[in-house]
Design a protein around this ligand. Structure first.
Ligand code: ATP
Ligand code: MG
Length: 206
């Protein structure tokens, strides 16, 4: 299965959700390749801080990923692609490489408007490759606020499935990343539980 995390908007959680999806799949004994397709190289920097390498991370910020993906994926059960913000040409190549494109968004109207651009790119790619699936994922939801619900309402207009498993705003995401870890080091944390539910739901979309 090839998952791509993509949103033209910066800082929405593409790298965070890519790393956590890869880490959770790897914990489930899947052979996982994480492709950092962002010229910023955030996922690569994270992996350079890691002590244990549960899965492979490679940097490949090239608009030819879709031509090389079959070969890249051949030794793995799952591939996770961490996409860049902006960079439409690279984004198109990433979308064409994917079975499922996950568009992370934060619960804010600005994010809903911006998500339209990414959804349009996905729709365009689906005319060439109709099997590409896509979904929206709400990240950094703040507990007990109405904005999460309001955003769900606003997202209906996009006519793209929105995952039920939101990821909350939790400091453990930043804290664990600093040492090349993930929130999964604290298996009982709310963050780890959310990540597991999130990955379960992605698996059901297959
Ligand atoms: N659920 C969360 N709770 C708390 N902090 C988060 C959460 N998700 C992401 N962050 C923090 O938000 C910042 C941006 O996240 P991230 O780097 O994953 O976004 P991105 O979409 O990959 O950004 P870019 O577009 O620059 O690649 C990071 O500092 C990250 O630690
Ligand atoms: Mg990133």
């Amino acid at each position: 299965m090839i998952y791509a995390f993509l949103n033209q908007k910066g800082g929405v959680g593409k790298t965070t959700l890519s790393i956590h999806t890869a880490a959770e799949l790897s914990r489930r004994k899947r052979r996982v390749l994480l492709i950092d397709a962002d010229p910023q190289g955030s996922a690569l920097s994270w992996s350079n801080c890691r002590e244990h390498s549960g899965f492979t991370v490679v940097g490949m910020p090239k608009a030819t990923i879709h031509q090389e993906i079959d070969q890249l994926a051949s030794d793995y059960d799952d591939v996770v692609i961490d996409g860049p913000p902006r960079a439409a040409e690279l984004a198109r190549s990433i979308i064409l490489s994917a079975d499922l494109v996950v568009v992370p968004i934060q619960p804010s109207p600005l994010d809903v408007w911006e998500a339209v651009k990414t959804v349009d790119l996905i729709r365009e790619a689906q005319t060439y490759k109709p099997t590409i699936q896509c979904c929206l994922a709400i990240n950094r939801r703040i507990a007990n606020t109405a904005i999460g619900r309001d955003v769900r309402e606003a997202l209906r207009e996009l006519d793209v499935p929105v995952l039920k498993s939101d990821i909350g705003q939790r400091v453990l995401f930043a804290e664990s990343a600093a040492s090349g870890q993930t929130v999964l080091v604290e298996q009982k944390s709310k963050a780890a539980k959310e990540v597991k539910k999130f990955v379960n739901e992605l698996g059901r979309l297959k």
